[in-house]
Design a protein around this ligand. Structure first.
Ligand code: NDP
Ligand code: 2IT
Length: 449
């Protein structure tokens, strides 16, 4: 196993996030390999860590002033053992192949946990939608899809949103796909409601994070009532995590963006959340504006000289990191524990560093890893695909009910898998083991392909 990791590092030495994601999975599935000697002979670790296909392409586009720009596009088709490749697209300047590969790798296990038939993939670009006009974003999306369209399809690879890709981008991407293929299909999820989208898809990731957390609390006969929660980010996942926590009687006191964070001791109520949604989704403004509207709150800009994030240094019971990878480091984890946090439910993908994870596990807090806790988004994407195939749309209650049921079942699966391998209550090991076993067995059933 050490050899597998060393080989991966030697092959692609600069793909740090991918190494991190692989290392965590490989370490936790060791007992599974020990119990199933044929897995080693079949080189399942080597196979599952190597993408089935990696696409990288030039994305030229023109600014409003006529300047030609060139970005890089990616799609990593990681694993199709249990269904078509499925996973979001991320548009952010930090995007590189290592980040897309880690996200695609995580997606394989997450999608497996949803109980739906979806393989894993992820894509994106180092394009930064921030500060661009709608027309610039549209031209970028059209150029991006004019290459990607030949590699995807409703039974092949089904993208969706992620950081920097929301309803606006999905619309532009779908429009040009439809034109190029002359086909109206469910090739992308997160579509708007009046042209094939599913009710609850915008809410699904955040709601799912909270449903998963509620299941974890339930194991200690507790609920969200009166719980204080630290949430990072202020995008899709953060917004609907906040909405559901408020609905269940909890209090969210923080939100952030890449420039800084707000601390609102009174709690972000529904009215304040509606303000944030308008600020971020419509006006595309910054969280710093929150304190102009609500002077009772405090805004703290990011201080690059700090080696920790002060957002995680407030009294609370729960934390829902919902911005980006490695946003909770060892110091942040120590601060969370010191401040009374005993539940972490991850909205972002791989938001906790290995040093943070060790502390959560050592202290036996309720720790819901991203693969399990944020799987509600892709689960409802799967439900959107099902509705598209039937050319039917389910009502809100139906989709929300299915989402709740799926999150409950993921919670149970994690606990069962953990227990059967002697790591009771360790949701991280449980998620990795359950996701791994299902995908690996499907791969073995299908022969050496
Ligand atoms: P959005 O683009 O809607 O929001 C992202 C938020 O995170 C923004 O507030 C953004 O701030 C902040 N952020 C992004 N990058 C950084 C960074 N490097 N440092 C600090 N803050 C940052 O994305 P989503 O809400 O969709 O995604 C958030 C996380 O959830 C991601 O990790 C994503 O992979 C994960 N996720 C998303 C799902 C979905 O369905 N959308 C499903 C499962 C997981 P700013 O505006 O300044 O960039
Ligand atoms: O990380 C994720 O699960 C997502 N960005 C959502 C993927 C999807 O296909 O809905």
């Amino acid at each position: 196993m050490e050899q597998t990791i060393e080989l991966i590092k030697a092959r692609d030495p600069e793909q740090y996030e991918f190494h991190q994601a692989v290392q965590e999975v490989v370490e936790t599935v060791k007992p599974v390999l020990d119990r199933n000697p044929e897995y080693r002979q079949q080189a399942v670790l080597e196979r599952i860590t190597e993408p089935e296909r990696v696409l990288m392409f030039r994305v030229p586009w023109m600014t409003d002033s006529g300047q030609v720009m060139v970005n890089r596009g990616f799609r990593v088709e990681m694993n199709s053992a249990i269904g078509p490749y499925k996973g979001g697209l991320r548009f952010h300047p930090s995007v590189n192949i290592g980040i897309i590969k880690f996200l695609a790798f995580e997606q394989v296990f997450k999608n497996s946990l949803t109980t739906l038939a979806m393989g894993g993939g992820k894509g994106g670009s180092d394009f930064d939608p921030k500060g661009k006009s709608d027309n610039e974003v549209m031209r970028f999306c059209q150029s991006f899809m004019s290459e990607l369209f030949r590699h995807i399809g409703p039974n092949t690879d089904v993208p969706a949103g992620d950081i920097g890709v929301g309803a606006r981008e999905i619309g532009y991407l779908f429009g040009i796909y439809k034109k190029l293929r002359n086909e109206f299909t469910g090739v992308i999820t997160g579509k708007s409601l009046n042209w094939g989208g599913s009710l609850i898809r915008p809410e699904a990731t955040g709601y799912g994070v909270v449903y998963f957390a509620a299941e974890m609390l339930q194991t200690r006969s507790e609920t969200f009532a009166e719980k204080t929660c630290l949430v990072s980010g202020s995008g899709n996942v953060a917004q609907f995590t906040t909405e559901k926590i408020i609905e269940l009687g909890g209090k969210v006191v923080t939100l952030s963006d890449s420039s800084g964070y707000i601390y609102d001791e009174q709690g972000i109520d529904s009215e304040k959340l509606a303000y944030v949604m308008d600020l971020k989704n419509i006006r595309r403004g910054r969280m710093s504006e929150y304190v102009e509207k609500y002077p009772g709150a405090v805004y703290t800009p990011v201080d690059p000289s700090l080696d920790y994030n002060p957002l995680w240094d407030h009294q609370a019971e729960c934390a829902m990191p919902s911005a980006t990878q490695n946003e909770i480091n060892g110091t942040d984890a120590a601060n969370l524990l010191k401040n009374g946090v005993y539940l972490v439910s991850e909205g972002a993908n791989m938001p906790s560093t290995p040093e943070a994870l060790d502390q959560f596990l050592d202290n036996k807090i309720l720790y819901g890893p991203a693969k399990a806790a944020n799987a509600g988004g892709v689960a409802v994407s799967g439900l959107e695909m099902a509705q598209n195939s039937m050319r039917l749309a389910w009502p809100r209650e139906e989709v929300d009910g299915r989402l709740k049921h799926i999150m409950k079942s993921i919670h149970e699966t994690c606990l069962d898998a953990g227990a059967s391998y002697g790591v009771e209550g360790n949701y991280m090991a449980g998620a990795n083991i359950a996701g791994f076993v299902k995908v690996v067995n499907a791969m073995l059933d299908q022969g050496l392909v």
